[in-house]
Design a protein around this ligand. Sequence first.
Ligand code: ADP
Ligand code: G6P
Length: 497
Amino acid sequence: MLQRPDEILNEASQTVGDPLERDALGGEAELTGDRAIPRRLVVVSNRLGNIRDLSQAGGLAVGIGDALAERGGLWLGASAEYQDYAASDEPLIRLERVGKIETAALTLPYEEYSLYYNGYANSTLWPLFHYRLDLVNHRAEFLHAYRQINARFAKALAGLLSGNDDLVWVHDYHLIPLAAQLRRLGVRNRIGFFLHIPFPPPDLFVATPDHEELIDDLLQYDVVGFQTETDVGNFRRSVQAANSITFDINGSAEMNGRTLLSRCFPIGIDVDSIARMANEAAEDVQIDSMRRQILGLKQIIGVDRLDYSKGLPGRMQAFARLLERHPEHERAATYLQIASPTREEVSAYADIRAQLEATAGAVNGRYADLAWTPIRYIHRAVSRSRLAGLLRASQVGLVTPLRDGMNLVAKEYIAAQDEADPGVLVLSRFAGAAEELAESLIVNPYAVDEVADAIAKALAMPLEERIARHSALLKRITRNDAAEWRRSFLATLAGEN
Ligand code: ADP
Ligand code: G6P
């Protein structure tokens, strides 16, 4: 059912506008004097998760979905369907409610969406923010479409807000200008922004001609959150360089009578749900694992979107170097790489796929024999429960991005392990997760031999050391889990921290 804005507003006011209804939706109460004011959570992200089956979604969608499932609220994102906007500039929204969560899917014009998503978001901002200036593509029409789509999101959202009390939480690099566009429409609500990807150092950031506009956009939020201290530091230095605004020791900056708070909120995972799924692994995963046990084979696993930021060809080369430098692992270890298709309309992604397939073919061509395939490469998404079982059945988790905001797979690998006989995580120092996960084997992914030696160390690590490292890591990811991430961000946004 596609709705015009007048219908949407009618439905929205019936379903989420009424204060009693909002209480029933579980909106958290903030105490002001003696009166409890319900504050509805309104989340905005480019990709809208499937609220009918949150267990199947990836990192961002799970984090957001759980926040909404816990306290109720509205989630606005781009629809999977496109609309020809020639006739109208008014937002078209499909509303759906499941339990306490309502989703609003915004239908957007295909060409403009593609210039925004494949163009500015994933050919300009993604490489820039992952320190890959060599891959940045700047085109005036990308930026134009980016601003147009953000304006469409703002218009749609302004019509869905039920008052100044709604807490608005905007996610990721697709929507940086959203607060500025909302302010222009007169929205005065508290608006927070969380960047799931890294923020580059000022010297790289200024390489984009749009850097001043992007900073001005970010200054329109009340709270700007990052994954790591490194990212917060990079952001603050860029703000200082562009606007001479300084931050106090708490990360606050005053400007034009407003306060902007910038902080790091490292994203976590739902540890119990991964552990539960890992425990109930599918039968074929268990059989495969038993077969390897009988043959005395160990499994090294990598799980990623097929993105150039993940360092996949280098990882395969490191595995080949393991076989050269530590030949005892020939026929004794296999490397399973699950790499799901992603952003295939962007040329840099087609290039990385070709490069990875060539590398896997070359390594297998050189080492494989009838009884042993060194690299098993699967180019598709796997269900979360299956993934958890595969992580548990692997003696080494290999997570070696060249740059990553956090990397949830690193945390999922830890959560999936058998506490009595855990595997070892080999982790890139350039993943945001490395700030928290010091007991893993931290490596430089550009130093292929160093990664190869770390894999050898992981494969040979005695049980006692594996347990000691794993229990420290498990404690930390349990303390800083997904619930803590959203609690601390939302408390800060609501002004309670
Ligand atoms: P990114 O956000 O860059 O994709 P993360 O590691 O932070 O990287 O999050 C990826 C999420 O998607 C994780 O929850 C991971 O389990 C999931 N995921 C990654 N690759 C696959 C795949 N091939 N099949 C299913 N889920 C995947
Ligand atoms: C990263 C980004 C998310 C994005 C996800 C999947 O995690 O931070 O914003 O949703 O990758 O990418 P996609 O382009 O498929 O949404």
